[in-house]
Design a protein around this ligand. Structure first.
Ligand SMILES: Nc1nc2c(c(=O)[nH]1)N[C@H]1C(S)=C(S)[C@@H](COP(=O)(O)O)O[C@H]1N2
Ligand SMILES: [Mo]
Length: 326
């Protein structure tokens, strides 16, 4: 099984020895002036950091704003060196190590299915048309760890409205890039994922104001390992729904089959709402490890229904049995 249980994941992975050593070598190799600029970002040396600053409106930092939380965010280096992105390997440190091979320019998103305006939309046009804003969301992985991440992006609902979905559009399916020569994990013969990675949402879920398309984090464009150049963020669902490096959106009348549901349908459902009442068959979902954590401070906290976003999304599921529809 690919997704590992929390006990399989040593917290030392957060600052792996290799990254630490590389950082030290880098610091020894540069002068004091360069040090003033801070540590190089995880996964690439400062001189070749491909991220660009973004122009966005910062999140309104007040209680009750569902797009904001004052919970502690990890450093950028932590959020970009502990990742799940199986296209680049299954270890948490693999994406930061391997994702530099991905080229993201040019990039476009193909829109198909039940919409009045299908087409191939270049990323630069998308960014010009949408209003970029910041949102600070909790991300809860099904493996029972979580992080708080400051994203930059735009509302998925606003994006979808551009394509004018018809009344036959009941679901939207998202697909990740399939490019074996740039994605090491897609070449691996051990992989159980039938590439490309796909995900999906019911239309009313996709139109919920919390659903977000991210093109950046920590004020800059996304690093490859976090899903550059454009990825989904659905904060009330387990992290695997938040599909990375999207190249296609297809509007369908029937429920799309998603990658994890296809691999292990008893363990990973289509809905995948964060739910402390419904355990994974192999571990509890009542608690989570909030990163950054360490052996001395394990940061074990209670998992909240809908990851704490119930006020915004509980209505979507009011007539559903969430034990059956996990
Ligand atoms: N294409 C693709 N998207 C993906 C994954 C993946 O393996 N491939 N992993 C998912 C999982 S399990 C999680 S927890 C989040 C992690 O996002 P982050 O690395 O930005 O924290 O990405 C999700 N999106
Ligand atoms: Mo995850």
């Amino acid at each position: 099984m690919l997704i590992r249980t929390p006990s399989d994941i040593p917290s030392s992975e957060i600052t792996p020895e290799s990254v630490y050593l590389k950082r030290r070598q880098f610091m020894q190799g540069v002068g004091a002036a360069a040090l003033g600029l801070g540590l190089p970002s995880a996964g690439f040396a400062a001189s070749e950091d491909p991220r660009k600053s973004l122009d966005f409106s910062p999140v309104v930092k007040k209680d009750g704003n569902p797009f904001y939380t004052d919970e502690k965010t990890p450093s950028f280096a932590e959020a970009s060196s502990y990742n799940n992105f199986y296209e680049f390997g299954t270890d948490k440190t693999d994406p930061a190590r391997n994702a530099h091979t991905l080229t993201t320019d040019p990039w476009s998103v193909k829109v198909e299915g039940h919409v009045a305006k299908p087409g191939n939309y270049p990323l630069e046009d998308i960014i010009k048309l949408m209003t970029l804003e910041e949102r600070i969301y909790r991300l809860r992985c099904v493996e029972a760890w979580s992080m708080v991440i400051p994203w930059v992006g735009f509302s998925l609902a606003d994006f979808i409205k551009m394509f004018e979905p018809t009344s036959d559009a009941k679901y939207v399916e998202f697909t990740t890039l399939y490019r074996r020569d740039e994605m090491k994990g897609q070449r691996s013969s051990f992989s159980t994922i039938d590439w490309p990675y796909t995900e999906g949402l019911r239309m009313d879920e996709a139109m919920n104001p919390l659903a977000f398309m991210s093109v950046g984090m920590y004020g800059k464009t996304l690093p490859n390992q976090n899903g550059a150049p454009i990825r989904l963020v659905v904060p009330w669902k387990y992290g695997f729904k938040s599909i990375k490096s999207i190249v296609r959106m297809r509007f369908t009348s029937i429920r799309p089959k998603t990658s994890w549901e296809s691999i292990a349908p008893r363990e990973y459902g289509f809905y995948a709402n964060v739910n402390p009442e419904v355990d994974h068959p192999r571990w509890t979902q009542r608690y989570e490890r909030r990163l950054p954590s360490s052996l001395l401070s394990p940061s074990r906290i209670k998992t909240e229904m809908f990851n704490g976003y119930g006020e915004q999304v509980a209505g979507l599921y009011k007539d559903m049995n969430l034990r059956r529809n996990y």
